[in-house]
Design a protein around this ligand. Structure first.
Ligand code: UTP
Length: 234
């Protein structure tokens, strides 16, 4: 029996992704298959467009970043609800509620094969939640499903010569992503540094991949080769 936690970038659920209905159906189908193989799966959903829009709308009136973070957290829970209801109506044994803390999520995963949640508290993103959920539940790994194919040595959107990595140590990942602070609500790096530090301290394996292709998520859950960047202890 494998336990895997997946951080699902919120942008995957929203209009940036074409064919998003079939994407969601394929995701539900992957979860169904893995449940039939007795896997346990925790899914932590990001905020995507509603988080960004809400934070941008309120920013001129709110100076406390943690208050803006709360808007982001509400958006992550909206997206988590979309996925939870879709899984539940497909007959998948998913927890009946969206847990609001890691402790609650870990307890739920002991009784249900699938748990879906969003954010917890201000000060980090859902990557960090997924990584803490993976550590606390003794998961085999944490999959970070985002919208880039791999971790690059610099931002591939601004540098066409950016070099992609198939594998990295935790120390190398920390060097690439830099700052350990969550300073601004709604901003994002390939992996949240707050989570990357926790993963490094506990030696948790991370699989970072392009979640727009659901098959990559399937490959990473099953184990063995997958397309993306694997981060392990040095
Ligand atoms: P996301 O996890 O979606 O962060 O949370 P992100 O990396 O900015 O976005 P994606 O993954 O590319 O879609 C959105 C925002 O919600 C707040 C933060 O402000 C975060 O930037 N948040 C989320 C929290 O404060 N705490 C949480 O536990 C989760």
């Amino acid at each position: 029996m494998t336990t895997v936690i997946v951080a699902l970038g919120g942008s995957l659920l929203r209009p940036e992704i074409e064919e998003r209905h079939s994407w969601l159906e394929e995701l539900v189908s992957v979860i169904r298959d893995r449940v039939s193989m007795n896997d346990r799966i925790g899914i932590v959903v990001g905020g995507g467009a509603p988080a960004r829009e809400g934070i941008e709308l309120a920013r001129p009136m709110i100076s406390d970043e943690s208050h803006l973070d709360k808007i982001g957290i509400a958006a992550t829970r909206l997206n988590a609800t979309i996925l939870r209801e879709s899984l539940s109506d497909s007959g998948i044994p998913v927890s009946g509620t969206i847990p609001k803390s890691i402790d609650e999520a870990v307890l739920l995963l002991e009784t249900r094969q699938v748990v879906v949640m969003g954010g917890t508290n201000p000060g980090h993103t859902t990557d960090a939640v997924a990584i803490r959920f993976a550590i606390s539940s003794g998961a085999d790994k944490c999959i970070i499903a985002t919208n880039v194919p791999k971790v690059f040595d610099s931002d591939p959107k601004s540098n066409p010569d950016a070099i992609p990595y198939d594998s990295l140590t935790h120390d190398q990942l920390l060097q690439i992503i830099g700052s350990s602070e969550h300073t601004r609500a709604g901003t994002s790096q390939v992996v949240d540094p707050v989570g990357a530090i926790d993963a490094s301290e506990s030696g948790l394996t991370l699989n970072i991949l392009d979640g727009r292709n659901v098959n990559l998520i399937r490959e990473a859950i099953v184990g063995g080769d997958f397309q993306g960047t694997e981060v392990r202890g040095g």
